[in-house]
Design a protein around this ligand. Sequence first.
Ligand code: FCB
Length: 478
Amino acid sequence: MTQVFDASRSQVPTGRAFPDDFLFGTATAAYQIEGAAHEDGRTDSIWDAFSRLPGAVVDAHNGEVACDHYNRYESDVRMMGELGLQTYRFSTSWSRVRPDGKGVNRKGLDFYSRLVDSLLEKNIKPWLTLYHWDLPQALEEKGGWANRDTAYLFTEYAATVHDVLGDRIDAWTTHNEPWCASFLSYIGGEHAPGRQDPEAGLAAGHHILLSHGLAVQELRSRDASLQLGITLNLTVADPVDPDAEGDLDAARRIDGQFNRFFLDPIFRGSYPDDLLEDVAHLGFDKYVHDGDLAITSQPIDALGVNYYHGEAVSSTPVADQMSTAAPSARPKRSPFPAAEGIYWHKRDLPITAMDWEVQPEGLTRLLRRIDEEYTGTAVKLYVTENGAAYNDVVAEDGVVHDVERAEFLRLHLAAILDAIDAGTNVYGYFYWSLMDNFEWAWGYHKRFGLVRVDYETQERTFKDSAIEYQRIIAGREL
Ligand code: FCB
């Protein structure tokens, strides 16, 4: 193994070791990598349908072919083996397993079964996510996540996947980033299905939480030994001026509508009072039936935390606001149901190609807070996504020398070690993503991979960051 990234020039001190039981992995998602969108019985998901809407995805890109992982999974798993991954987080496609949300598609399930066998052969722990945003379009036509019935259908889908993979997988995640699947998709309009309806977004958020609890009950009753969990994308919302009341209130509201809307029903069995007040005008109450919160708060074993950056918010407008919205042409609105009068200020931080601020210390604070306020020793924390897009350049030697991504990786792994040193229970890290892929409304324009994908030839090439990660995993230290 050639060491290409010069760790001695990194801001991160070398030689810090990881605990023996800490898992190193990477993450992907079905729609972003599989392709084969209409092969072997798979039917449209909301992302297939959304990608066809004019202006929904930059340059009308879609996941029809993506990384063609459906047909190339064997060599992709070999590549994971070469990287030294201990675990691999992937998602199953509901539309592949139960096309149109009904029936059972054997061929679709066989694909995941083969994938899992290949992973196990390489001694890579399969980490399965049931929902990474690709609802069958047929269910969207019946109201999607705004329709309570979808929660019960999700449980059937979970059972179908468990029927086939339950003997070989113990790490089960119900949902990936419910905030995106509800607020960004049903309120902001930036993600599929592209609705702009605050009431529907709140209903969707609740129904996703309900479906999480129902699926946990179902899987737990089938096998009490499974490691069950959910992955949330969480932020660290700081007031621009910690002495300004308006800024403190802006931070409270964003924390409520980004983090606590999901954390509280899962870990406390209630929605936060201040949040309910903020959204009181949107008729949310009627969606929360008696007994629902006892279901959403079923005990779980693991919480996945996806962290990319935090934010600085204020009640004072600023000319040049921080914005992370995709430049797709279709109209969008704020993904927050009640964030009028909140402004995002830029900070003096480096940014990635997504215009996301690089803020590793936010990850340390976030993990410590979740551990202290919600999970403690009862629930294991895993960073299930973290990574960066940069404008990669293929050098004359054919390789992407992505010094910035390798440094991003080191900075965030060090931030996790800081949390562990402070006594937080963090047990693993999954870099997003194994390889470049379909980045939702940005199409193929943003590359997060450790591995470069040439979309013309489907050739995969390790970037320098991949080799740096391989080195870290092999030595189990920075
Ligand atoms: C997360 C998503 C993942 C990927 C990264 C960059 O929000 O879960 O699919 O798009 O962002």
